[in-house]
Design a protein around this ligand. Structure first.
Ligand SMILES: Nc1ncnc2c1ncn2[C@@H]1O[C@H](COP(=O)(O)OP(=O)(O)OP(=O)(O)O)[C@@H](O)[C@H]1O
Ligand SMILES: [Mg+2]
Length: 486
C-alpha cells in the first residue's frame, strides 16, 4: 500500500502551532508564578507587621498572664490581619484563641514547630483547609468564593521576654483572594492563548497554502515542459524568492522554446537544401531515361549538371557536419600557438586564383600576432570571410584584409567594395541557411551556412564578429580574438 505523505502546508501549520503553544505555555507559567509570588510576599510583609505590633502589645502582660486581656489584644490584631489569632506557650499549648475552639490543645504545623524550636523568629507556610460551617457565614467575602476548601497563610512569630522564649503568636489568615486573582489572570491568559492559537493556525494554513500553491504551479509547468510543451510559463507575481525562481524558469523555458523552434527550422531548412539538388538530379536523369536515342552532347550536358549537383550536395553535407562538430562546444577545440599573420597570408594565397579570375586585388596589411586557437577552425573562419568578399564583389575591385593588435585582442578586418548588404538583412546574416539573394548566392555555390559556422567558431574562442555594410558600396567584417595565454 502506498504511504500518503503529509503535505508541506500541514507540516508547516502544525509546526507553527506547536511553537506558539510552547511559547504561550511558558509565558502563562512565568506570569502566573511571578504574580503569585509577588502578591504573597506583599501579604507576608503586611502580616509580619501585624504580628510585630501584636507581640509588642502582649509583652507587658506576659509575666502575669491575664487571659482576658490577652484575648482582647489578640482579637484587635486578628481583625487587623483579617484572620484568626492564637497565642501558644513554649510547649505549643494554646493559651488563647480568638475563635475559642483550640484553647488547651497543641496544634501542629511546621511553621509553629520551627519558631518554638528557636530555628527562626518568624515563619510562614500555606495550607489548604476545609471551610467550616461557622466560617462560611462569618467571613464569606474574605474566602473569595471558595466552596469547600481554601488556602490560608500561617504566620508565626516568636515572643520572648528578656531573652527568654515565652511562646509564639500565630495568625491564620486566608490568602484565597490572591489565589482567586491569580486564577483569573491564568484564565484570561488561557482564553487569549486559545484565540491566538486559532489565529496563528489560520494564518499558518493560509501562508503555507500559498507557498505550496506556488510549488504546484511550478510542478504543472515542469510536467508540461517534460511532455514537450516548451510554451509553459509561470506567473512571475509571486513572493520574492518564488518570483525570482519564476523569472529564471521562464527564461529557461523561453530559451528552450527558441532552441526547439530553431532546431525544427534547421531540420526543415537542411532537408530543403538537400532536396533541391536531389530533385534536379531526378529531373535530369529521368529526361535522359525517357529519351533512349538522345544525342551524346545532351548526355554530356545533363551528366555535367548532375555532377555539379552532387558537388553541391556534398558541400551542404560537409557544412552540416562542420556545424554539428562546432555545436559540441569549445571542449572539442585543439588549442595551439598560432602566428595569425602567417595563417591569413596562406589563406590569401590559396584564394588568389579565384580573385585573379575576377580581376580582384587582395591587399593584406598585418603585424605579427601570436594567438592560442584551434588553427583548423580559425582557417575556416578567414577562408569563409575572404571567400565571401571575393564572391560578392564585382570584377576590378579591391578586397582589403588587415591584422592589428590591441592590448588584449587581435583584430582582423575583411573589407570589400562589393554588392553590400541592405540594413534589414544584417541582423539575420549569421543565421543558418540565411542568404540575402538566394538565387545569386546559389549561383555562386553558397549554402548559407558559412557565416553561422564563422560566428560559432569565433564565439567558441571567446571572440567577437561584427559587420558593417552599405548596399552597392561594400562590406566590412571585423573579427576580434583575445590574445589569451595558453
Ligand atoms: N562580403 C559580402 N558581401 C555581400 N554579401 C555578403 C557578403 N558575405 C556574405 N554575404 C551575404 O550573406 C549571406 C550568407 O553568407 P554565408 O557565407 O553564410 O553563405 P554563402 O556564402 O551563401 O554560403 P557558404 O559560405 O556556406 O558557401 C550570403 O548568401 C550573402 O548573401
Ligand atoms: Mg560564404
Amino acid at each position: 500500500m502506498r504511504k500518503t505523505k503529509l503535505g508541506l502546508n500541514v507540516l508547516l501549520s502544525v509546526s507553527y502551532v506547536v511553537i506558539i503553544v510552547c511559547v504561550l505555555a511558558v509565558i502563562t507559567l512565568s506570569v502566573t508564578s511571578y504574580l503569585g509570588k509577588h502578591f504573597l510576599s506583599n501579604r507576608e510583609e503586611e502580616q509580619h507587621k501585624v504580628l510585630e505590633d501584636c507581640a509588642s502589645a502582649l509583652m507587658p502582660y506576659l509575666e502575669e498572664m491575664e487571659p482576658n486581656y490577652v484575648y482582647e489584644v489578640l482579637s484587635v490584631y486578628a481583625r487587623q490581619g483579617n484572620g484568626r489569632m492564637l497565642f501558644v506557650d513554649r510547649q505549643g499549648c494554646v493559651q488563647s484563641d480568638t475563635f475559642c475552639t483550640l484553647n488547651g490543645t497543641k496544634p501542629y504545623s511546621e511553621e509553629i514547630e520551627a519558631v518554638l524550636q528557636g530555628k527562626s523568629d518568624f515563619s510562614v507556610g500555606y495550607h489548604n483547609q476545609k471551610i467550616l460551617p461557622t466560617e462560611i457565614t462569618k467571613d464569606n467575602a474574605f474566602l473569595a468564593g471558595a466552596t469547600d476548601s481554601y488556602w490560608s497563610g500561617y504566620y508565626v512569630r516568636a515572643i520572648s521576654s528578656f531573652g527568654e522564649q515565652k511562646g509564639a503568636v500565630i495568625l491564620i489568615a486566608p490568602v484565597q483572594d490572591i489565589v482567586k486573582n491569580v486564577g483569573a489572570v491564568t484564565n484570561g491568559l488561557f482564553v487569549f492563548s486559545i484565540i491566538l492559537i486559532i489565529l496563528v493556525a489560520a494564518f499558518a494554513l493560509f501562508l503555507s497554502s500559498s507557498l505550496t500553491s506556488s510549488i504546484r504551479k511550478f510542478n504543472r509547468a515542469i510536467s508540461k515542459m517534460s511532455s514537450g510543451k516548451f510554451s509553459a510559463r509561470v506567473d512571475e507575481n509571486e513572493i520574492a524568492e518564488f518570483g525570482e525562481l519564476a523569472k529564471a524558469f521562464n527564461m529557461m523555458s523561453e530559451r528552450l522554446e527558441n532552441l526547439d523552434a530553431s532546431r525544427s527550422q534547421f531540420v526543415s531548412d537542411a532537408s530543403h537544401e538537400l532536396k533541391t539538388p536531389l530533385a534536379s538530379m531526378k529531373i535530369l536523369s529521368e529526361s535522359l531515361l525517357t529519351q533512349p536515342d538522345a544525342p551524346v552532347e545532351l548526355y554530356r550536358e545533363f551528366m555535367t549538371d548532375i555532377n555539379s549537383e552532387v558537388d553541391r550536395l556534398s558541400l551542404v553535407i560537409n557544412d552540416l557536419l562542420t556545424l554539428v562538430k562546432t555545436d559540441k562546444g569549445s571542449e572539442t577545440l585543439v588549442i595551439a600557438r598560432v602566428q595569425l599573420g602567417e595563417v591569413i597570408k596562406q589563406i590569401i594565397s590559396t584564394v588568389e586564383p579565384l580573385a585573379r579570375d575576377k580581376h580582384i586585388t587582395v591587399l593584406y596589411d598585418y603585424v605579427d600576432v601570436t594567438v592560442y586557437v584551434d588553427e583548423l577552425r580559425i582557417r575556416q573562419v578567414f577562408t569563409n570571410l575572404i571567400d565571401n568578399a571575393i564572391k560578392y564583389s564585382p570584377e576590378n575591385t579591391t578586397v582589403t584584409v588587415t591584422l592589428t593588435q590591441t592590448i588584449t585582442n587581435a583584430v582582423v578586418t575583411v573589407a570589400d567594395q562589393g554588392i553590400g548588404i541592405a540594413q534589414e538583412h544584417l541582423p539575420h546574416l549569421f543565421e543558418r541557411f540565411y542568404r540575402v539573394d538566394k538565387a545569386r548566392s546559389r549561383q555562386a555555390g553558397g549554402t548559407g551556412l558559412g557565416l553561422s559556422i564563422v560566428k560559432q567558431i569565433i564565439e567558441q574562442h571567446e571572440g567577437e564578429i561584427t559587420v558593417k555594410s552599405e548596399a552597392g558600396v561594400g562590406t566590412t567584417f571585423t573579427v576580434t580574438l583575445p590574445i589569451a595565454k595558453q
